[in-house]
Design a protein around this ligand. Structure first.
Ligand code: MG
Length: 160
């Protein structure tokens, strides 16, 4: 029987004034950005950590320290590619992704299909295996006050 692995990831980035932000490798134009050492793609960071978690290979900060200048402004798709390759080297491939993005802004629904398509391109799995959900915290907490964006990711990996 093929072994299966579950993984989860969580990340938060602070909202700052700017010209847009990346979610899942997709750029959403607008008056806000996310603060971070890399491109601050909170969704891809949660997803990368979920994949690393499934194969028990530490976390994104261990592999890509935020004190390393080489990671400054770096595209988070590099981190995702690294995690997928690491899982692949251990004999596992991605089955499905389920992500929840928590924020007051930007609204996720208008961008959901573009984000899913981008994730399909980055991971090589089909759209029907990629779920992206948006929710708010009803104005409560840092996400409710519009101070940051949080993302949770769950993944299933299967032995090839
Ligand atoms: Mg992060």
């Amino acid at each position: 029987m093929k072994e299966i692995r579950i993984g989860n990831g969580f990340d938060v980035h602070k909202i700052i004034p700017g010209e847009g932000l990346y979610l899942g490798g997709y750029f959403i134009e607008g008056p806000i950005s996310l603060k971070g050492h890399s491109d601050a793609d909170v969704l891809l960071h949660a997803l990368t950590d979920a994949i690393l978690g499934a194969v028990a290979e530490g976390d994104i900060g261990m592999h890509f320290p935020d004190i390393d200048p080489v990671n400054k402004g770096r595209a988070s798709s590099d981190f995702l590619e690294f995690a997928l390759n690491l899982a692949g080297a251990k004999g596992f491939s991605l089955v499905n992704i389920d992500i929840t993005v928590v924020c007051e802004r930007p609204k996720i629904a208008p961008h959901r299909e573009e984000i899913r398509s981008q994730l399909a391109a980055l991971t090589g799995i089909s759209l029907e295996r990629i779920s992206v959900k948006g929710t708010t915290t009803e104005k409560l907490g840092f996400t409710g006050r519009g101070e940051g964006v949080a993302a949770w990711a769950s993944v299933l990996l299967s032995e090839v």
